[in-house]
Design a protein around this ligand. Structure first.
Ligand code: AMP
Length: 328
């Protein structure tokens, strides 16, 4: 076979027709049981990077998959878990109608180079019914989501711990969208010496500013308009802090919060559970340095959470500011 002629210098080189620029997508192995996982685990090349999800994958999950792929490096492997965990839903929440889109999820996983998907049933994860021994999230899990969804973080951390034991990953990847969950997973790993690295991925938003979420598909067009007040309020808080900083004033948690509240108050149809400025590690009072404005609202029956980062200077914020902030 003769070699194709070399292109002239400085011309773009297109790959030969027979070789696509990207390797062909390979369907991930679908593991339905703990036994399937145990059988497949020895063949997963290290480092093994886990992305825990509840499925109905969207652009936010895709960013996690890409981060995981990068963390795994050229020779490591990414495994995604898809499990709608009944332990973290209360009666009356959306467990039964939570979107389940396994075929589409597998297609996204194939596109992003995922090696295996662990998608067990509830009976497989909790064969004896709800577990008797569960994880206590501790003080960082008491407020905010912990207050408005009692039992939620106990359910989340219990299933995350089970997944860590079953998969034994070197790295696990979580999104900053669920900032309190991320803080608690980091604490779980530190406090129980799990010995894996946790990687965080910034929030992915749709072009209109709404953070992508599996639950966004519940929103009607009118609900979505209403829901956009949430990121708008958070941006207003962030902008107030930045404006104070630019004016040479020390940005304060109270001023940032007031700006966010003002926007939320302008939309009385939006039910606000909380809006507050917190320390991203403890979900307690923010110190000097990185902080988060966090909020949870319900738009037309769909509950949404979101957050944005702000940086607070030393000596400006007190425990009292936080108490004001957490007041809702
Ligand atoms: P879920 O399937 O909703 O339990 O989410 C699985 C993981 O994806 C969690 O670590 C979430 O924080 C993360 N995630 C969900 N939505 C987003 C988003 N819009 N941006 C970044 N991460 C996200």
């Amino acid at each position: 076979m003769s070699e194709p002629p070399l292109p002239p210098p400085n011309q773009p080189v297109s790959p030969p027709e027979s070789q696509p620029p990207n390797p062909p997508e390979r369907a991930p192995a679908l593991l339905r049981t703990k036994a399937d996982l145990a059988a497949a685990r020895p063949d997963l090349p290290a480092p093994v990077v886990l992305v825990p999800t509840m499925g109905a994958l969207h652009a936010g999950h895709r960013a996690l998959l890409r981060s995981a792929r990068a963390a795994a490096g050229p020779s490591g492997s990414v495994i995604v878990s898809i499990f709608v965990n009944p332990l973290q839903f209360r009666p009356g929440e959306d467990l039964d109608r939570y979107p389940r889109t396994l075929d589409d999820d597998l297609a996204m996983c194939a596109q992003e180079g995922v090696r295996a998907v662990f998608a067990p049933s509830a009976a497989e994860m909790y064969p004896g019914g709800p577990p008797q021994v569960t994880v206590d999230p501790g003080p960082a899990g008491q407020g905010f989501e912990g207050e408005f969804r009692p039992g939620f973080f106990g359910g989340v951390l219990t299933v995350v711990l089970k997944l860590f034991h079953l998969v034994r990953p070197d790295v696990a990847v979580f999104g900053e969208k669920d900032a309190q969950q991320l803080a608690l997973v980091r604490r779980l790993v530190a406090d129980t010496n799990l010995g894996l690295a946790i990687e965080a991925v910034p929030i992915v938003r749709d072009p209109d500013g709404l953070a992508t979420s599996s639950r966004n598909r519940y929103l009607s067009a009118a609900d979505r308009e209403l829901a956009l007040t949430l990121p708008r309020a958070l941006r207003a808080g962030q902008a107030r802090a930045a404006a104070e900083d630019a004016a040479g004033d020390a940005p304060s948690a109270v001023a940032a919060l007031a700006a966010a509240r003002e926007v939320l108050r302008g939309e009385p149809a939006l039910a606000v559970d909380y809006v507050a400025v917190v320390d991203p590690r403890t979900f307690g009072p923010p110190g000097p340095g990185p902080a988060l404005i966090v909020a949870a609202v319900t738009a037309g029956g769909t509950r949404l959470i979101d957050n944005v980062p702000v940086v607070l200077p030393a000596g400006q914020n007190t425990e009292r500011d936080f108490l004001d902030a957490a007041d809702h």
